[in-house]
Design a binder for this molecule. Structure first.
Ligand code: LER
Ligand code: MN
Length: 289
């Protein structure tokens, strides 16, 4: 932090040299236990707020799409003129224990059934589906290679199902303190290669990369051509600029590798939801316009 004040934007932004990328904010419903969500109101309220703040898109993290009225959300985003770039699925792991790598076949099947609903939900918005926390953890007395095998089978089944709906799948490397299968970009790229599906991409999240990658920029360069989506949060998971990640350089490297998709802020609602959301778009737009 520049002067010890968390509300001061740390980075002097170069407006000229960077490409124009689209900004989204990750939101969810009030029952969500996942914390890195700026807004957790009704989706109607969040969509209105996100659009009012100038975002191009709203990323919806949802435990179970059957809990919301799809046509209402489709109409809302249309009315507000914003897009839904991606759907987050991790709450089904966090709150219900559904996991693609569980040794219990019934749990794996339930996770897959839920993900198929998420894929159908996403197809209404031309959104991508994130496979992050839902990949699960290697449980006690389970061999890691078995967990990896189940996870890969699950991701492949999702990818093939998604293909029918013209939906893209995003695999997100997540830091070791949350899950233990695919923590790094390198591991993710290996899995994508093994799968050989043309609708599977990597989602890079600066918060996780700051923990796991030796160099965030080198890892982005290595993922060249495979990046399907980007999550941003600073080192403390506050909005970009409230921690010590060098976003200016990261954005330059994203431009260098030709990434032209969405930048989604997946951030803690700190110091308060409005300030966090305003700060995130300020940095994203300040850099990309
Ligand atoms: C979890 O920490 C995360 O980053 C989410 O995007 C996972 O779905
Ligand atoms: Mn993320």
């Amino acid at each position: 932090m520049k002067d010890g004040n968390p509300f001061t934007v740390c980075h002097v932004l170069d407006f000229k040299e960077v490409s124009e990328l689209k900004a989204a904010l990750v939101v969810s419903t009030p029952d969500a236990e996942f914390e890195a969500l700026a807004f957790k109101d009704s989706l109607k309220a969040s969509v209105e707020r996100v659009a009012r703040l100038g975002y191009d898109g709203v990323e919806i993290a949802i435990r179970d799409p059957r809990t919301v009225k799809v046509s209402e959300i489709v109409n809302m985003v249309k009315e507000k003129g914003i897009e839904v770039p991606a759907i987050g699925t991790g709450q089904a792991f966090g709150q219900e224990g559904l996991s693609l790598s569980s040794p219990d076949k019934d749990i794996r099947q339930k996770a897959l059934a839920r993900l198929k609903l998420q894929i159908e939900f996403a197809s209404n918005f031309n959104a991508k589906v994130i496979l992050g926390l839902i990949r699960g953890k290697v449980q006690r007395d389970v061999k890691k290679e078995d967990a990896i095998k189940w996870m890969i089978e699950g991701i492949e089944e999702c990818a093939d199902y998604a293909k029918r709906y013209n939906v893209k799948i995003l695999i997100e490397p997540i830091n070791r303190y949350e899950i233990d299968l695919i923590n790094t970009v390198e591991e993710c790229l290996d899995i994508i290669k093994i799968m050989n599906r043309d609708n599977v991409f990597i989602l890079v999240d600066t918060f996780h990369m700051n923990i796991e990658e030796p160099s965030i920029t080198d890892s982005i360069r290595n993922a060249n051509g495979n990046i399907g989506h980007v999550h941003v949060a600073d080192s403390n998971r506050w909005a970009p600029g409230f921690g010590h990640i060098d976003f200016k350089t990261i954005y330059e490297v994203l431009k260098e590798v030709g990434y032209d998709g969405y930048i989604s802020a997946e951030i803690l609602p700190k110091p308060d939801p409005e300030t966090a959301a305003q700060q995130a778009i300020k940095v994203i737009k300040g850099v990309f316009t």
